[in-house]
Design a protein around this ligand. Structure first.
Ligand code: AMP
Ligand code: ZN
Length: 479
């Protein structure tokens, strides 16, 4: 098996990936908090995790993938203060907390489907694992890691000597961050709730009995309880967005390792943010977040154009949202699909040389942007068309861009309003140049030159029509 290198947040280094089991990889990805639609930022993280999983599968690993659904316990303050996000969603929409969780879980599944994100093997809801969470608190209590305050059962972080090993931040800084949410009863600012009491009982929709009082589990607990339940012997990779490093994942590690006395996951991978286009993180609590529906479907853009745009940026680099990048993603995707379609129906052999290079780039901490560049090289290479097709479709097992999809009419809308149908990658540059020149000539009312350019375009195998928004060209042999 070829070597895979992954950047591990624990060591802040690219490390050779060695799973506990030879063939099987345990993968836990923190799932959505289902009180609203997922935004493109959340989906960027889920796309990165999908690319990771597909890379492991491409390397012949069997992957056991577990994803949680947070349907209780995630408070608006991200730590232990504020309202439960699901309960506040229920109030906002006048529905029950259970209905809200179910509705947004279904919406999330649809988003994953549209983005060709493969489903995990195990979905687990926090509210279905209350017993496991209570058992974990009991274990921590037995070992002396907990204390009780008026509002809940807390974990004493001062008893964990390597509490900052994931964040690599000085303890003082972590404490400073935690001080934002004041709770005078906490022994240390970084301590966090394992169980919160319902105050008063009956006000919340989701609450359960526990040995300490009626209430609900703290947010971090669910991921520890469920990953230990489903991946106990395969604690290989744990993922999420970078916002999870300092609090959520730090606390997961502290409570899990204190309870089991063993290392909790060997590799921690984190995806960088999608920003709003102004350097600010896209957030569900912010006003301006965009969803798959609002940013793409309502504008007739294929959701996979977003997958393409995400593939263009390495997962550890910040990415800025813009409508233009989605439109460009759509154009590039259309071009690629047309180029693949133009290779013919026949499927040859995967080119082993290109396959080796592809593996090298994806195994180098998921260098998907470089994998896309390699794909262009395959198209330009001298190998047989049918082998090009087989090689590209093989790459698509990881990229997930449906590159074999043939669209009868593919439209690429150019900024100046011309429409190009049946776009063919090889002709793109030349034809766009000619169209631009002709547009210029038409604007100057230089009809002789415009006609000459029309003839040149037609001679390349296109038909050309002038329409109100500009020029429309159609590749004849695609009709
Ligand atoms: P949530 O639904 O808020 O629990 O988040 C689901 C996932 O999305 C988590 O892994 C977060 O770290 C991640 N996430 C949240 N905001 C962004 C963003 N703007 N860009 C990338 N990932 C994000
Ligand atoms: Zn989690």
């Amino acid at each position: 098996m070829e070597k895979i290198y992954l950047y591990n947040t624990l060591s802040r280094c690219k490390e050779e990936f060695k799973p506990i089991d030879d063939k099987l990889v345990g993968l836990y990805t923190c799932g959505p908090t289902v009180y609203n639609f997922a935004h493109l930022g959340n989906l960027r993280t889920f796309l990165f995790e999908d690319l990771l999983k597909r890379t492991l599968v491409y390397n012949s690993y069997q992957v056991k993938h577990v994803m949680n659904i947070t349907d209780v316990g995630h408070l608006t303050g991200d730590m232990d203060m504020g309202e439960d996000k699901i309960e506040s969603g229920a109030r906002r929409e006048g529905k029950t907390a259970w209905d809200i969780a179910e509705f947004y879980t279904q919406a999330f599944l649809q988003d994953l489907n549209k983005l060709n994100i493969n489903f995990p093997d195990i979905w687990c809801k926090a509210s279905d694992h209350i017993k496991e969470q209570i058992d974990l608190i009991k274990e921590l209590e037995k070992k002396g890691y907990t204390y009780i305050t008026k509002d809940g059962v807390y974990f004493n972080t001062s008893l964990v000597s390597d509490y900052n090993k994931l964040s690599h931040l000085p303890l003082e800084e972590l404490k400073e961050g935690a001080r934002v949410e004041k709770n005078p009863e906490k022994k240390n600012p970084t301590d966090f709730a394992l169980w919160k009491f319902s105050l008063p009982v009956g006000l919340r929709q989701m609450e359960w009995k526990s040995p300490w009082g009626i209430g609900f589990p703290g947010w971090h607990l669910e991921c520890s309880a469920m990953s230990l339940k489903y991946l106990r012997n395969n604690l290989d990779i744990h993922c999420g967005g970078i916002d999870h490093i300092n609090i959520h994942h730090t606390n997961e590690i502290a409570q899990s390792e204190s309870a089991t006395g063993k290392k909790f996951f060997n590799y921690w991978l984190h995806g960088a943010f999608l920003n709003m286009g102004n350097g600010k993180k896209m957030a569900k609590s912010g006003k301006n977040f965009v969803t798959l529906k609002s940013a793409l479907e309502d504008k007739n853009i294929d959701p996979l154009a977003y997958r393409f745009a995400v593939c263009q940026v390495h997962y550890r680099k910040m990415m800025e949202y813009s409508l233009k990048s989605l439109q460009q993603g759509q154009n590039s995707l259309n071009n690629l699909r047309s180029a693949v379609a133009a290779l013919g129906e026949e499927l040859g052999e995967v080119d082993l040389n290109f396959q080796m290079k592809f593996k090298q780039v994806i195994n180098n901490d998921l260098n998907i942007p470089q994998a896309l560049a390699l794909l262009s090289q395959v198209l330009k290479s001298k190998i047989k068309d049918k082998d090009k097709k087989a090689t590209i479709l093989d790459f698509d097992r990881v990229l997930g861009l449906d590159l074999g999809k043939v669209e009868k009419k593919q439209e690429a809308i150019k900024p100046w309003g011309s429409k190009i149908e049946g776009f063919n990658l090889k002709l793109t540059k030349k034809i766009v140049e000619l169209l631009n020149k002709r547009e210029e000539a038409r604007l100057k009312k230089d009809w002789t030159r415009a006609d000459k350019l029309r003839e040149e375009i037609i001679s390349l195998g296109f038909t050309l029509e002038d329409i109100t928004e500009g020029q429309k060209i159609v590749v004849k042999n695609h009709e």
